[in-house]
Design a protein around this ligand. Sequence first.
Ligand code: ATP
Ligand code: MG
Length: 559
Amino acid sequence: MTINNEKPKDFIRAIIAADLADSTKPDELVSRFPPEPNGYLHIGHAKSICLNFGVAAENQGCCHLRFDDTNPAKEEKKYIGAIIADIRWLGFDWGENLFYASDYFEQFYEYAVKLVKMGLAYVCDLSADEMRQYRGTLTEPGQNSPYRNRTITENLFLLAGMRRGDFPEGSHILRAKIDMASPNLNMRDPAIYRIRKITHHRTGNEWNIYPIYDFAHCLSDAIEGITHSLCTLEFQDHRPLYDWYLDTLRTEHHPQQIEFSRLNLTYTVMSKRKLLQLVTENMVDGWDDPRMLTIAGLRRRGYTPEAIRNFCAIIGISKKDSRIDMGVLENCIREDLNEKAPRALVVLHPLKLIIDNYPDDQEDELTAANHPKNSAMGSRKVPFCKEIYIEQADFMEEPPKKFYRLAPGREVRLRFAYLVTCEYVRKDPVTGELEIHCTYDPASRGGSAPDGRKVKGTIHWVSARHGINAEVRLYDRLFAVENPEADSEVDFKTHLNPDSLTILDNCVLEPSLAGAAPGSRYQFERQGYFYADHKDSSPGKPVFNKIAGLRDSWAKRAK
Ligand code: ATP
Ligand code: MG
């Protein structure tokens, strides 16, 4: 056993450290991540993944990946592959430890039979409505089911019939016999097995009954010898039941359930059920729509696994429920890419600029640094000629005071190139498009004035003759309000942001970007971070997704 001497970062790591130091407890940590294959993983799951795989790695333990596939009504095979791919992409590895709760169906059944034989489970014929009436409320105790005192023999007989498929759905249910007066509603004779005549994606039609989560989950943990079963806060009230099943059944292992708070983020919804609605109602372009806070969506947006892991480390683990500002996540990707992403010149909203004193057929190649601070990232050549494109927002005919970009009579620096002065503006009589006419200072090659005169503004540009036309997609937040779920009476979908996607199909890339590999990331100078979409880009023809702006422009706008 190795003892970790660092101060634990959170209360769960403190409990684990104490348990590992305790000679009466197991000395190898075993955790698990137990997704239900009923949708894609989201950023909330990433928090749980980083925690479970993280504590295992930090303590030389292991973390199992277990599919909690006990409800065939909502689960699908395709989600299993997607979940596996997402966790791998996040950078975690479960080695041989891939499990399915459905592999334990026979064991679950044997445990249920054992409870019946102990006189601690019974088959109940109450309808769902009647069950609800008998259950009582938070302030009133429940009533015993009239079927509670069935004999063990009768219960065994009926349970076997349920399994064989002798009875219709809803006619019988197996329940634990605990305490209908318990202040904890979960302990009022909870359901163990329901009749469901549905085909399971792994066990086919072998089963006509399926176990309830509370029964299957603790037993799966026990069967796998999990030591610490980390889950979210809503399971706190289920812990007595988790412990009751394992104590009563005297399982060899009795994992410790510890709860932590769920991750919630501003401007999004997190539940798979709601994300599924957005997908099935075509309000987004699939589970990996770059606006979705799914792992697949973040990946397609251009997030890196490092940024997501770093985000999970920053938000930490606690028992306090909160809604984290989306800006925190965006800062993580900005920080990561500021270091890593090579720079490029791209004009998103082109405006033609003509240099009148530059010879028509002359061309020039300028040297552009790939990173302003990291010279190890090298440099590239960018072609220059008489006609270039600049950003529409970098020119104003009647500029306000603090506008340091281009305007009639003003001089600016073209990044890596020359100083240019705007002489006049012409409107094309046919198209109505603006055309900026400038003169350049041939002695300013590289961007500095030979006489040392001050030129405040620097703008980016792309050669009109060499630039590549491309589609760039800009994303804004999927929802227009901080908490789309604030009012349960109002459908969360009414808060969708109508401007969450803008497609620009007339952007101009510097020519080196023709070689941008699908899946590569750049900082477009003065614009933000962009990702060559791995689905829609083709060789020589990248399509870019905006990952994030350079600063938190949203926070500024909101102010
Ligand atoms: P959802 O409500 O989004 O469907 P879930 O909890 O039903 O989520 P599961 O597939 O059952 O989804 O979750 C697998 C694991 O991920 C569980 O241990 C669960 O506690 C954890 N988890 C799910 N959502 C979050 C979240 N928002 N923050 C932290 N952990 C989460
Ligand atoms: Mg669930």
